[in-house]
Design a protein around this ligand. Structure first.
Ligand code: HEM
Length: 385
């Protein structure tokens, strides 16, 4: 297996990781990425196959010991379907889907439309940051509507969510671990209060699933937290990257339909690297992965593979529906549970922006935030006319 070196904190790489992905793809189906100390896949075919490979999973078969100060965090995270494998994952996902139905998602459309218009109404005349004014507030308020909690609580929910996500940041310190545990505990106490307060929305339906024995209380709590944590930041950055990509391609103002949304998702997705643990000894493309060893799946690289997507850097909404599905939402058992909602938000949110601000222009070249694990803009300065 060939080895390649690329620091994930190199600013030039973070701004544009795609040239490195081309080198990885050219070097073979699996390449050792030195800095991550694991093999990674960058082609669409291999990433898609490994996402569906049941010999690999998200659960670490040899989990490291957990220090006491992290207990609050793991008390929540250990019930997350995103971190579990069958049979528990199967039951949990099916139970949640009994409540998180396509009808419930569709019912959110008028609320998303109203929120999008309310945010556009408040845009100032001069240059402003579209992330702050639109892309950041929309997804968290939509999740609040989905769950049935007051939208005024959105800032608190976001603060807890951000602190919890800090557990997954490379180089996190002790203070970040304590903050993640405290946030998980506070979020749980908040939800306990909501559960007893005759809620409506998805929470009411999930409480019914709990009463029928489909979910434990801990799983119910974790699911609500997961929907917020998994559901907001990726949507924020897909909206931001999408607007920047459309403007750069000279396609701003084009009708926002399903094809355009699919190309936004393919062209510059927010989540690039997921890992899988070998659940048993497994040979992949001639490489032996022992039980507990990791392999990296580069979703952002798979989406720029010229084999299924000729001229992959070009934003081209006419690819759909002939091109295979992009890997932005993953594939297989853990395929994004919120994909229908994310697609709806993108279609309505981008649609409202395009129709209400047809002359939108970039006021400054957009810059990505200096972190690799979320490929999203730090700021998107625009003017609306
Ligand atoms: C899982 C991406 C929006 C809820 C995933 C995975 C990806 C992903 C790649 C699979 C991770 C893996 O295989 O290791 C995205 C993107 C989004 C988005 C790009 C926005 C554009 C949402 C929303 C929600 C959501 C809006 C919920 C309201 C979830 C959940 C899972 C998940 C619950 C775990 C599914 C499982 O483990 O079975 N998402 N997501 N996501 N996503 Fe999303």
């Amino acid at each position: 297996m060939r080895r390649l070196s690329q620091s994930p904190t190199d600013p030039a790489f973070v701004q544009d990781p795609y040239p490195f992905y081309d080198r990885l793809r050219a070097a073979g189906p699996l390449v050792w990425w030195d800095e991550y100390d694991m093999p990674v896949a960058a082609s669409h075919a291999v990433v898609s196959a490994l996402l569906r490979d049941r010999r690999l999973g998200r659960e670490d078969p040899n989990p490291p010991p957990r220090p006491a100060h992290q207990a609050g965090f793991w008390g929540v995270e250990d019930h997350s379907m995103l971190e579990l494998e069958p049979p528990r994952h199967t039951r949990l996902r099916a139970s949640v889907l009994r409540a998180f139905t396509s009808r419930r998602v569709a019912a959110l459309a008028p609320g998303i439309e109203a929120l999008s218009n309310e945010l556009v109404d408040a845009f100032p005349d001069g240059p402003f940051d579209l992330l702050d004014a639109f892309a950041r507030p929309l997804p968290v308020r939509v999740i609040a509507q989905l769950l049935g909690v007051p939208e005024r609580d959105a800032p608190r929910l976001l603060a807890w969510s951000n602190a919890m996500v800090g557990m997954y940041q490379a180089g996190r310190d002790h203070a970040a671990e304590v903050a993640a545990a405290d946030a998980a505990t506070a979020f749980t106490a908040y939800l306990e209060h909501v559960f007893t307060d005759a809620p409506d929305g998805l929470i009411a339906d999930l409480l019914r699933v709990e009463a029928e024995g489909g979910l434990t209380r801990a799983e119910l709590t974790t699911t609500c937290i997961l929907l917020l944590n998994a559901g907001h930041e990726a949507t924020v950055h897909t909206l931001g990257n999408g607007v920047a990509g459309l403007v750069a391609a000279g396609l701003w103002g084009r009708t926002v339909d399903d094809a355009l949304v699919e190309e936004v998702l393919r062209h510059d997705p927010p989540l690039h690297l997921f890992t899988r643990y070998a659940q048993q000894d497994v040979e992949i493309h001639g490489h032996l992965l022992k039980r507990g060893e990791r392999v990296g799946l580069l979703l952002g690289a798979a989406n720029r593979d010229p084999v299924p997507y000729p001229e992959p850097a070009r934003f081209d909404p006419t690819r759909f529906p002939d091109a295979p599905a992009a890997t932005s939402f993953g594939a297989g058992l853990h395929f994004c549970l919120g994909a229908p909602l994310a697609r709806l938000e993108l279609r309505i949110g981008l649609g409202a922006l395009a129709s209400r601000c047809p002359g939108l222009r970039l006021a400054e070249p957009p810059r990505y935030a200096d972190i690799y694990h979320f490929h999203g803009l730090a700021k998107l300065s625009v003017t609306r006319d």
